[in-house]
Design a protein around this ligand. Structure first.
Ligand code: BGC
Length: 474
């Protein structure tokens, strides 16, 4: 099957066609400078800013002395999870259950989504026998939200394939509480929703729990995002009080970067096609260039173009490249990760099982997947470098999570090297893998806010509950 001689001409042509995916440092510095400008805009006033720089109201980091049992919900990627987290000083243990979110719920009415969440929550409560208790719950809701406090959070926009009607502009915490209270539970457990956070915030908090130098976090999974601890004096739009600690975690929502042509100087035809066919055209342009929901599809579009030019597969498109979203980011990872020609050949036989290919095909396909993932790693490196220079800390640990950073064999290392090359040498950094940031982070925020608890008594029929609300630092 494999012809021996490599066809250099075909390779060169494929390289020329995909040259637009290669970003040199000059372009990356330009991206950084535009991003920095957008950061400043967002910190002043998010109304018209593309990168919203959302205030999270999380100002305290965990001390490592948090104790107790907390419920956590994690919604935002391909799965929905319910967790019971036990905090015991620096140790955290948890049990969890993952539930599917069917596509008709992801794109149906919001009431159905929240009813589904409440059903799963009660299923878990009964499975874990959490009976007749009052328990605090932290909700990791990984979408852009405008927060007014720790439990007041309006959805700015959906992303990552979610598009539920009736939720945008609404208070997500209220929707969750209503759905929870509407459902009947044999367990008669009173669930006190005490905090809503983004997954990037959860990652920062969970890493900061064990590493005191962690002040930033990064997600490259289904979607992408980053957050960091900002000084209040730099947050012009801050209208809350200036008590200690004079800092707040900013959820950048940098995945939106590039909207309104901010990245048009690097956007390719393939990016434009992908965006046009997506559920949210014109939105989350940066995210669409690098996150797990899209890397496979970009690679597929590139390979399709190259195949149409008869540079691979003799011009015959294999099945997996024919339909959108069939070629996944995990396929990019497998090809990028193959260690030698034999394993590359085996991998490609598995992926392109219905077609013959030769060594030149193999080389071109690998060049394409590698260019697509390297571009993604370089782009997110620009985000990290901008944050490091914004924080101006001599040393900062950046917590990270997300399937691309965890599972792609090279993405994290390529990104890390590029951050180093792009960043002022005074600002050193280290990357730290988060251990279940979304679950542990939500539980920790719930625990940290518990310190400020202010109980309110409410009556429901003949029952009286003590409901905990929190001062939200405003
Ligand atoms: C969302 C962010 C989230 C990121 C990673 C993006 O689509 O807007 O809020 O943090 O995905 O999950």
């Amino acid at each position: 099957m494999c012809e021996e001689v490599i066809n250099k001409e075909r390779i060169q042509k494929a390289e020329q066609i995909t040259a637009c995916l290669v970003l040199n440092d000059e372009k990356l510095m330009e991206i950084k400078s535009r991003m920095h400008h957008e950061f400043e805009k967002g910190l002043r006033d998010e109304q018209h800013a593309i990168i919203k720089m959302l205030i999270t109201y999380v100002r305290d980091l965990p001390t490592g002395k948090e104790i107790g049992n907390y419920l956590a919900l994690d919604l935002g990627g391909t799965h929905f999870r319910v967790l019971l987290v036990n905090l015991n000083g620096e140790k955290a243990s948890m049990v969890s259950k993952t539930y599917a979110v069917p596509v008709d719920i992801m794109t149906g009415h919001g009431s159905k989504l929240f009813a589904h969440i409440a059903d799963c929550l009660y299923d878990f409560i009964e499975k874990e026998k959490i009976y007749q208790k009052r328990i605090a719950l932290g909700f990791t809701f990984s979408f852009a939200c405008h927060q007014y406090g720790l439990t007041a959070s309006k959805l700015v926009r959906w992303s990552k394939g979610f598009d539920c009607a009736g939720v945008q502009g609404e208070d997500v915490c209220r929707l969750l509480r209503e759905a929870i209270y509407e459902k009947h539970s044999r367990a008669e457990t009173f669930i006190d929703v005490v905090a809503i956070i983004n997954d990037s915030t959860g990652t920062l908090i969970s890493c900061a729990h064990t590493n005191k130098d962690c002040y930033a976090a990064l997600i490259v999974g289904t979607g992408c995002n980053a957050c960091y601890m900002e000084k209040l004096e730099n947050v012009e739009k801050w209208t809350g009080n200036y008590t200690e600690p004079k800092q707040v975690i900013i959820n950048t929502e940098l995945g939106a970067f590039g909207e309104q042509n901010g990245l048009d100087f690097i956007e390719t035809e393939w990016d434009k096609i992908l965006d046009k066919k997506s559920i949210n055209p014109g939105k989350q342009i940066f995210e669409k260039m690098l996150s797990g929901m899209y890397l496979g599809e970009i690679a597929r579009l590139v390979l399709k173009t190259i195949c149409e030019q008869k540079l691979i597969f003799n011009g015959n498109l294999p099945l997996i490249l024919r339909r959108p979203n069939e070629f996944k980011t995990k396929h990019v990872s497998l090809i990028d990760g193959a260690e030698d020609n034999e394993s590359l050949q085996r991998t490609m036989k598995d992926i392109f099982s219905d077609i013959n290919f030769d060594k030149t095909d193999m080389q071109i396909i690998r060049m394409v997947t590698s260019r697509v993932s390297t571009r993604g790693a370089y782009l997110i490196a620009c985000g990290c470098s901008t944050i490091l220079e914004k924080m101006k800390r001599n040393f900062c640990v950046i917590g990270y999570d997300g399937t691309v950073l965890r599972s792609h064999p090279k993405f994290k290392d390529i990104m890390s090297k590029k951050i180093e090359e792009l960043t002022d040498k005074n600002y050193k950094f280290e990357l730290m893998k988060s251990e279940d940031g979304s679950g542990k982070g939500a539980a920790l925020v719930a625990a940290v806010t518990y310190r400020e608890k202010r109980p309110v008594i409410i009556k429901r029929g003949r029952k009286v509950y003590e409901l905990t609300t929190f001062r939200n630092n405003r």
